[in-house]
Design a protein around this ligand. Structure first.
Ligand SMILES: Cc1cc2nc3c(=O)[nH]c(=O)nc-3n(C[C@H](O)[C@H](O)[C@H](O)COP(=O)(O)OP(=O)(O)OC[C@H]3O[C@@H](n4cnc5c(N)ncnc54)[C@H](O)[C@@H]3O)c2cc1C
Length: 289
């Protein structure tokens, strides 16, 4: 039996583990530091198979339970390094000081969305503060919303919102605005002091004492991270996305990636699809060894 490590216990990693484990060719371990985006998703109502909205944390637990039933091992740890040794095995080290060797590795570490250190963001998460326009735009039909960010990620989020919201603002928080701002978006270049609201977002307050009344605030600073591990083994990364082909193979034989860390549609359905492809590719790779 070969040893396979999947880094990340979100929908992409868990989906890959199902396919790899059922092939009977590998011992499959999934390692995670317990930070899946899905945990932060209050209610999911755009994923197949649920009559009622399902909390993200519940979907996550059910996925893991299904994989455990098939013999997948789950470990809580943070991976800090991957190297390729002379026998072409992956030598993977964690923050708890453990280094182990694997025949194949999948990176499914999700996207690390940058969080600004602004008062009110943490408190109002899920109550007007969102990290995903595709997921939550629907709730802001004909309402005013703000996107905090200044680059292409923020522009994408603003475009998705502008079809639904009555008015979309991009708040740069004092950062320089990139080129390519979409039409119908109002730019506010002031520094933010806090997000205000008792129970839900009501306004963004600026350090010059002014306020902008909005019903929702979308955080879209920088782009997705999570690519450092790929870089360590020399797998190409572009615009903070790990580059993969349609089989979820990176340029490094035996190293696969999928889910939010490979970009594209940052949704559960896409992560599950990527995981299925990666799982099948891992099996094919091991059988060809
Ligand atoms: C607030 C919010 C609401 C959302 N709502 C929806 C929705 O309604 N519908 C929808 O389809 N999608 C929604 N999404 C998006 C969805 O959650 C993601 O697209 C999906 O979870 C991506 O899956 P993934 O497996 O690629 O990554 P993730 O689910 O983010 O999982 C990443 C995994 O990697 C692990 N990890 C990361 N780095 C390391 C490391 N160094 N060592 C060990 N483990 C590591 C984490 O612990 C985690 O287990 C939402 C996201 C957010 C934040």
């Amino acid at each position: 039996m070969y040893d396979v490590l999947i880094i990340g216990a979100g929908p992409a990693g868990v989906s890959a583990s199902l396919y790899a484990a059922r092939s009977n060719t590998a011992n499959v371990t999934v390692v995670s530091d317990d930070s899946s985006s899905l945990k932060r998703a209050d209610l999911i109502e755009n994923y197949y198979g649920f009559a009622d909205p399902v909390p993200g944390a519940v979907l996550l637990e059910k996925g893991i339970a299904g994989a455990e039933r098939l013999g997948v091992s789950f470990v809580r740890d943070e991976i800090v390094d991957i190297q390729i040794d002379p026998e072409m095995k992956f030598s993977v080290s964690s923050s708890s000081g453990i280094t182990k060797k694997y025949d194949a590795v999948m990176i499914a570490t999700g996207a690390s969305r940058k969080k600004p250190d602004i008062k009110g963001i943490k408190e109002l998460e899920g109550r007007g503060v969102s990290y995903c326009a595709v997921c939550d735009a629907f709730f802001y039909k004909n309402k005013k919303v703000a996107v905090i960010g200044s680059g292409s990620y923020a522009f994408n989020e603003a475009s998705a919102l502008s079809d639904i919201a009555s008015q979309v603002y991009i708040i740069t928080n004092g950062d320089e605005l990139a080129d390519g701002i979409p039409e119908n978006i109002t730019v506010v270049d002031k520094k933010i002091s806090s997000i205000e609201g008792d129970n839900r977002v009501e306004a963004v307050a600026f350090i010059d004492g002014t306020r902008l009344e909005v019903s929702g605030v979308f955080i879209a600073m920088g782009t997705a991270g999570s690519t450092e591990l790929a870089r360590k083994v020399g797998a190409p990364v572009e615009n903070n996305r790990i580059m993969v082909n349609e089989k979820m193979e990176t340029a490094i034989p035996g190293l696969f990636a999928g889910g939010d860390c490979t970009g594209g549609l940052m949704q559960i359905s896409k992560a599950v699809y990527d995981g299925a492809q990666a799982g099948l590719s891992i099996v094919r790779f091991l059988k060809s060894k």
